[in-house]
Design a protein around this ligand. Structure first.
Ligand SMILES: [Zn+2]
Length: 423
């Protein structure tokens, strides 16, 4: 009998230098959400999947139609063009299908001076590869591609389909996975190799982007008491948001017990006034509201709206001129795959078979495409991938190459186990 597992793992290991090269190459493409490079990377990956011998579906996403579709999860950057990409290694019998889903977009590098090297350099130092997106999540993408390549090279006749979905627009809402599901792609199970340090993450909290418009009344700053400062009126609202955060985190699902704040509310952007010597007549604050596991999105929105309304009622000016709440941009619901799903046990087995590291199980405090896969797609989905999510979105983002290899090994073993081998 052929020992497929041994053959496949040998193929993954033999591929290690190519894996590192491919990761560096992908990190060097600055595929920031909404940039032209995001589309370029999809085209490049389509060629890679074709070279590996996969059937490739690479299609232009009909943007107007998709953005207007019911349940569209939001976007925060304009796009004139976007592409879907799914590679399929066809199963030979009626085995179960597995999707590996990875986003190709990255957030902007931020202050370049805060980086020790080029944010899009893909340099290797001390066994880790550095660059924006190395950890979130090009490391995971390369692990998925390497797993598929190893299965192809070992000529494994998989029973069920193995799909690789490369998606855009995850960072700003989930356009790519939404469009991919809209095109009809599904699988019996899905792994998103987001950075988990090879832990098993079967659930994610959500995050809803909001905007507050706080009115004031303009006056010459020399006569400031004749005006009303929107900056001053923002302060009680900010305190109300902090109090709401405390209340919403008084009791959290045990899967999120490791986080200091499981469902954060943060204001990430504030703009106010238009002249240094005027009383500001408008402050616009934008932030994110954490959504609890299993909490309906409407209920989370209502809680924030009520907290803002209460704070407005307590202030004489805001009572008459209440702040407005808008929901815009990324609307990430929470999502979870139940603990008794066979996928959780299968990923656990694949991990144990390929790694000595004990695996923990927890939920992520950030939103991801997981909720679209489980919710809209009805596909049991987990995160399992290389790297530490703490390094994502910050300077000197990096991923340990040994973890990328370990994830590739585990994903290949998972595919063998889940899809089966045709007799
Ligand atoms: Zn990510």
């Amino acid at each position: 009998m052929t020992d497929w597992r041994a053959r496949v793992l040998e193929a993954v290991d033999a591929d290690a230098p190519a894996m590192e090269g491919l990761l560096a190459e992908l990190v060097r493409v600055p595929s920031v959400s909404g940039s032209a490079a995001e589309n370029d990377l999809q085209a490049r990956l389509a060629a890679t999947l074709r070279d590996q011998g996969l059937e490739v579906d690479h299609w232009p996403i009909p943007l107007a139609e998709t953005l207007a579709a019911p349940g569209f999860p939001g976007a925060e950057v304009p796009r004139a063009e976007a592409w879907g990409l799914v590679g399929r290694l066809a199963g030979r019998s009626q085995g179960r299908s597995l999707m590996l889903n990875a986003h190709v977009d990255v957030v902007p590098p931020g202050d370049r001076d805060a980086w020790a090297g080029d944010p899009f350099g893909g340099e290797v130092r001390g066994g880790s590869l550095y660059g924006r997106g190395a950890c979130d999540m090009k490391g995971g993408l390369v692990a998925a591609l390497a797993a598929v390549r190893a299965l192809c090279r070992a000529r494994v006749p998989l029973g069920g389909d193995l799909l690789v979905a490369c998606v855009q627009g995850e960072e700003d809402g989930g356009l790519g996975t939404f469009a991919m599901l809209g095109r009809g792609w599904r699988a019996d199970a899905c792994v998103i190799p987001e950075p988990t340090g090879l832990d098993l993450v079967p659930a994610t909290a959500g995050a809803l982007t909001f905007r507050l418009r706080v009115p004031g009344r303009a006056a010459h700053a020399a006569r400031r008491t004749e005006g009303v400062s929107a900056v001053e009126k923002f302060w009680p609202l900010f305190q109300a948001l902090r109090a709401l955060e405390r209340a919403r985190n008084a009791e959290v699902d045990p899967l999120l017990g490791r986080w200091e704040v499981a469902y954060p509310i943060e204001v990430g952007m504030v703009r106010g006034g238009d002249w240094a010597s005027s009383v500001p007549d408008l402050l616009v604050a934008e932030g994110r509201l954490g959504v609890a596991l299993d909490e309906p999105v409407d209920r989370a929105r209502a809680a924030l709206e009520a907290a803002v309304a209460d704070a407005c009622r307590a202030d004489p000016w805001l009572r008459e001129h209440p702040a407005a709440v808008e929901w815009w941009g990324g609307q990430f619901a929470s999502g979870r795959t139940p603990p008794d799903s066979p996928l959780l046990a299968a990923v656990g087995r694949a991990h144990t078979a390929t790694s000595d590291r004990p695996q923990e199980r927890w939920a992520a405090p950030y939103g991801s495409d997981l909720r679209l896969m489980t919710g809209l797609g009805g596909v049991p989905t987990v995160h399992y991938g290389p790297g530490d999510a703490r390094l994502a979105h910050g300077p000197d983002e990096s991923v340990p190459l040994a973890e990328v290899r370990a994830a590739a090994r585990a994903l290949a073993v998972l595919a063998l186990d889940h899809c089966g081998v045709a007799g």
